[in-house]
Design a protein around this ligand. Structure first.
Ligand code: SF4
Length: 274
């Protein structure tokens, strides 16, 4: 397993040095605004329930990798096929890359993901002597971030997903969608998801990282979409600082409210293999 030069930053720093200057201004105002936004999203979308059983960290890690650059439905199909064709991690590690790629092709980037999964499994076996990451339960959030992001192809978002979805820690993962929404709402002004991750950690209300993360994902799918956000139906309109919100409000079809068809489905809530 090669070690990357990118540092995950320090979770304990209230503001990471990578964050742009504007994100450092007036933390109290931003903290209060974040708390209100999180509460209003809970009113709008409900408090997301957690799965009764959390999956082991390695399962969560591989599933999150499969979810990169695709939607949760397709990555879930890829996950189920992978687990059914190769029921143990030993068999995944031993499988020819082309067969792994075939199993996960519905999730896109099949060759890259297949190579990465094998590489990660080999690295874990070398480091801990078995295909599991249960030792992470005893590590601090910072240690888990450092450990996981030292693996090729594992970024902060993936590592944070393992922390919150598998290990039950109060850490707030940030993907491109959450990065977009946090900037539109003016919670941060940051250039990328990594900066947003560091800027948001001290702002998210204690104990609310899971709920806020899940609700922002749902909100991004159903209302604050990347292209054509439904600003005219947005419960956070008055809090939003997105310059184009008035134009998008005018363009929002009358009566449009999120078609929430698939907005709630998340691969990390559905890893059990039947
Ligand atoms: S007003 Fe529009 S841009 Fe702002 S949060 Fe709502 S949907 Fe997103």
């Amino acid at each position: 397993m090669s070690v990357k030069s990118v540092s995950p930053g320090t979770l304990n720093n209230r503001y990471d040095s990578n964050v742009s200057r504007s994100a450092k201004a007036a933390p109290d105002i931003k903290t209060r605004k974040t708390r209100r936004v999180a509460a209003e999203l809970e009113e709008f979308l409900g408090i997301p329930s957690k799965p009764r059983r959390s999956e082991p960290p390695l399962e969560c890690l591989i599933a999150t990798l499969l979810s990169q650059n695709t939607n949760d439905r397709n990555s879930h199909r890829a996950w189920m096929t992978l687990r059914k064709r190769f029921p143990t991690w030993q068999r995944v590690a031993d499988a020819p890359t082309r067969l792994l790629a075939k199993a996960i092709e519905v999730g896109g980037l099949k060759n890259q993901k297949a190579r990465r999964i094998k590489q990660i499994l080999r690295g874990i076996k070398r480091r801990v002597g078995k295909y599991e990451l249960s030792d992470l339960k005893r590590k601090s959030e910072q240690e888990v971030l450092e450990y996981l992001t030292s693996m090729d192809g594992v970024g902060l978002k993936t590592a944070a997903c393992v922390l919150v979805f598998s290990l039950g820690r109060d850490v707030f993962p940030v993907d491109t969608h959450i990065h977009r929404i946090c900037n539109r709402l003016g919670l941060v002004r940051s250039r990328n998801a990594e900066e947003t991750f560091h800027a948001m950690q001290p702002l998210v209300p204690k104990g609310k990282a899971y709920s806020f993360h899940v609700n922002l994902i749902r909100f991004g799918r159903s209302v604050c979409k990347a292209k054509n956000p439904l600003c005219g139906a947005c419960p956070l309109y008055d809090r939003c600082v997105y310059p184009a919100k008035e134009r998008f409000a005018e363009e929002t079809p009358r009566g449009a409210r999120s078609k929430r068809t698939d907005a709630d489905f998340m691969i990390l809530h559905n890893l059990a293999v039947s």
